[in-house]
Design a protein around this ligand. Structure first.
Ligand code: GDP
Length: 409
């Protein structure tokens, strides 16, 4: 307890070394069950160090085959500093859905590239998926450096090749690290073999990624009203503070109207409190009541959001009936529900093959993810998903039913 957990999704072209790197991390952080470790020791004493990794990889595979739920693609390991969950399932429909609905939101992504092969098709697809999912913290590991004699030149060639593509999809790596998962170079231990490299080792890099946990506390106030009740002639707006905090006498604005108002009192279960923080469910009484209704978002006077009627988003379509341009939909974001339609689809990917389709797209089929522009009939309060997922994630409804999910980009 008290330690935070970082969820990381591992991506990269098949055979570039994901399982080996994960196995290496588990061994070097001693994160396998006790009996597995002694078993591994026994085997590697007999067969040498290479057997050690193969064993871990097989063990993971076995674990996965025994459990068919999505959770088995999650691998846990810990360091003194924090706990980690590795999600090893890009390209799984469930994975994309879980990410987009916030069920299993990763905090960061690792993109693995084989130094001897460079950037391949799946490297690009995965990078694009990372960007579509709004993940901004990405660590690039250039693996199999042993196969290129730990050459600085080749490392630079690979990252130059990658940089162009990443820039295209709007990603900037936080770290780019030369490693050899097989030989255990630069994972947790430094090595003379990469003397020329001055950055952090792989695990160190993961350890320094911030998990925006308390971030919502310092962010601007966003209080979407869920309902308004009248109790003894007093109108009480109830809801949950999605970011920031509220206090008595605070100067606020109700969106979308933009009217100024003041918090008269804050109530929790009939008791008055002076101040309430993020994720607290509360009732508030305001000086002016005319504007208060479900779907209105209360914000601080100093940090009012820009209202949008056009939103750039990624949408994951989940319904048999395709999503056509300008189809009549309703977007629900927090408690706001507003009619909308898709103006354009710029690119889309098939979530099972991750194939990118760029031309002549006028609809999304079931399980496709599209990079789209949404036009709402009236203004809406949204935030970038990477900034505030509570107001950056949304669902799209068609004829009253949830038909897709999305994130604001
Ligand atoms: P995945 O498909 O991305 O999970 O790749 P694997 O981890 O299964 O690795 C594919 C192959 O590459 C295996 O034969 C590994 O032993 C090998 N491999 C992985 N990492 C390294 C490395 O750092 N150096 C070398 N030489 N081979 C590696």
């Amino acid at each position: 307890m008290g330690k935070d957990t970082l969820k990381i999704v591992f991506t990269g072209h098949v055979d570039h070394g994901k399982s080996t790197l994960i196995g290496r991390l588990l061994i070097e952080t001693k994160s396998l069950p006790e009996e597995k470790i002694s078993e591994i020791r026994k085997i590697s004493n007999q067969l040498g160090k290479d057997a050690e990794l193969a064993f871990v990889t097989d063990y993971l595979k076995e674990e996965r085959e025994q459990n068919i739920t999505i959770d088995t693609t999650q691998i846990f390991f810990k360091t003194r500093r924090r706990d980690y969950v590795i999600i090893d399932a890009p390209g799984h429909v469930e994975f994309i859905k879980n990410m987009m609905t916030g069920t299993s939101q990763a905090d960061a992504a690792v993109l693995l590239v084989d130094a001897s092969e460079g950037v391949l098709e799946q490297t690009k697809r995965h990078a694009y998926l990372i960007s579509m999912l709004g993940l901004e913290r990405i660590v690039v590991a250039v693996n199999k450096m042993d196969l290129v004699n730990y050459s600085e030149n080749i490392f630079n060639q690979v990252i130059n090749e990658l940089a162009g593509f990443l820039k295209n999809v709007g990603l900037t790596p936080v770290f780019t690290i030369p490693v050899s998962a097989k030989e255990g170079v630069n994972i947790t231990e430094r090595s003379q073999k990469v003397k020329w490299y001055r950055g952090p080792r792989f695990l160190e890099a993961l350890g320094s990624l911030k998990r925006d946990k308390n971030g919502t506390r310092n962010k601007p106030l966003r209080f979407p009203i869920q309902d308004v009740y009248t109790v003894k002639d007093e109108k009480i707006a109830v809801g949950r503070i999605e970011s920031g905090y509220m206090f008595k006498n605070q100067r606020i604005i109700t969106m979308p109207s933009g009217s100024k108002n003041i918090i008269g009192s804050i109530k929790v279960f009939g008791k008055e409190i002076k101040r309430a923080g993020v994720f607290e469910s509360i009732g508030v009484v305001c000086e002016h009541t005319g504007d208060l209704k479900r779907g209105v978002v209360i914000v601080g006077e100093q940090d009012r959001p820009e209202l949008k009627d056009e939103i750039k988003a990624s949408v994951f379509w989940m319904t048999n009936e395709p999503l056509y341009l300008r189809k009549e939909l309703v977007i629900r974001c927090a408690t706001q529900e507003i009619e909308c339609g898709i103006e354009s689809i710029e690119r889309k990917i098939d979530s099972s093959t991750l194939e990118v389709i760029e031309n002549n797209i006028d609809m999304l089929l079931k399980y496709e993810v599209g990079e789209v522009y949404i036009r709402t009939r009236s203004p809406i309060v949204v935030e970038k998903f990477s900034f505030l997922k509570e107001l950056g994630g949304f669902v799209l409804k068609h004829k009253g039913k949830v038909a897709g999910v999305g994130i604001v980009r």
